[in-house]
Design a protein around this ligand. Structure first.
Ligand SMILES: C[S@@+](CC[C@H](N)C(=O)[O-])C[C@H]1O[C@@H](n2cnc3c(N)ncnc32)[C@H](O)[C@@H]1O
Length: 363
């Protein structure tokens, strides 16, 4: 299915006008925080970005639904996305007001524990599955007040789901390297048992051996062939943070061959694989089912951003960012979506256990 096949209702985007006022009111709170751009500075940054990118040659033809890594910097992209989410607030969608809290779409699952009408069904399904896997469930029975550390929590919707609704007796530390994401998470999901931490997963500011469970859900790691230095550092941190016998729950969409290289690396550092689940079909279905909402959201972004209304640069900016955003989300019709169809990229969950010292000796 191509995104062109979807006929969305323009009235939804027209309603963004009132939403924009809400967003502007919200941004007053932000002015004191230099890491988050308020409405006007943000609009200005986007105009500067659009003008500079209009004069920068692209290394790829954007029409093919792909963008080379060199064309953008991952951290910049996250920063733009999180500032947009923050400033734009909720956007109308057919199933009620929708806020982009999950940056990825997760996956569709027939027997998900999440209500089928939940607008965040796919992302919440992905997070809840980490907890319902057999080995994790058993581990939680043994440790009913688990300490959980999440690396790359984004705006904290997954942390909120697990800590507030699924395991209210846990203590949850959720870390992300984007200050704007952490600030949004604090504003939306503050709770007694959740602590949002700004920091890098390669060097986590938490002491060793404290976690019963470490979760990583979609952090754009292990995206390229072979393990990068960053991947190795993050895996080493996961092991360091876990108590002996603790579990690492990892979910991602990455090149299929990387699952093996990462599993081998984790084995080398003393982690044993307990479970592996392939959710690629569900991830494809999630993108198709959520396509209309993503189209509406992208539309809302363009309507909100002043740069879209500048002659010549505006339409160019729209074309460029549409491909960028939609490819990032693995939207139907993009290269990253097709990579899932071709099973070059697969969506999997894996559970690893940090071996206890005794187990190491037996080996
Ligand atoms: C695609 S988003 C997913 C967010 C959330 N886990 C979810 O599934 O909705 C990836 C997140 O990982 C974070 N991230 C990537 N690399 C990181 C690192 N080395 N340290 C901390 N956060 C990182 C990014 O800032 C971003 O918020």
């Amino acid at each position: 299915m191509s995104t062109k096949d979807i006929n969305w209702d323009r009235r939804f985007s027209d309603r963004m006008v009132s939403n924009k006022k809400k967003a502007a009111a919200l941004t007053n709170d932000l002015n004191e925080n230099t890491d988050i751009l308020g409405d006007l500075p943000f609009q200005w940054e986007m105009i500067k970005w659009a003008i500079s990118s209009a004069f920068t040659p692209k290394t790829h033809n954007v029409n093919d639904g792909d963008l080379a890594e060199d064309d953008y910097n991952k951290e910049n992209l996250y920063s733009i996305l999180y500032n947009t989410y923050y400033n734009i607030g909720e956007v109308p969608s057919r199933s009620g007001p929708y806020r982009f809290t999950f940056n990825t779409w997760g996956f569709y699952l027939e027997n998900s524990v999440i209500h089928p009408d939940d607008p965040q069904l796919m992302g919440k399904t992905a997070y809840s599955q980490h907890i319902v896997h057999d080995s994790v469930n058993k581990h939680i029975m043994k440790h009913p007040n688990p300490v959980i550390i999440e690396l790359g929590c984004g705006t904290g919707a997954g942390a909120n789901l697990i800590a507030k609704y699924m395991l209210p007796r846990c203590k949850y530390f959720a870390l992300d390297m984007q200050k704007a994401a952490i600030e949004t998470a604090k504003r939306l999901h503050s709770n007694d048992n959740i602590q949002f931490v700004h920091g890098n997963a390669q060097n986590v500011p938490i002491k060793s051996g404290v976690a019963d469970i470490v979760i990583i859900n979609e952090t754009h790691m292990a995206e390229f062939e072979n393990i990068s230095e960053e991947d190795a550092k993050v895996f080493n941190e996961v092991k360091r943070l876990l108590k002996p016998g603790g579990l690492f729950c990892w979910g991602n969409v990455i090149p299929d061959s990387n699952w093996n290289s990462c599993s081998n690396y984790l084995k080398q550092i003393g982690m044993k694989k307990l479970e592996e689940h392939d959710y690629t079909d569900g991830a494809i279905k999630a993108r198709v089912l959520d396509a209309e909402r993503v189209n509406l959201y992208c539309d809302a972004i363009y309507n909100y951003l002043a740069v879209s209304y500048i002659p010549i640069i505006g339409p160019e900016f729209r074309k460029y960012t549409e491909i960028l955003l939609k490819n990032f989300y693995r939207h139907p019709g993009t290269k990253l979506f097709n990579d899932m169809i071709l099973r070059r990229d697969t969506c999997k969950h894996m559970v690893f256990k940090k071996r206890k010292n005794k187990e190491k000796k037996k080996k």
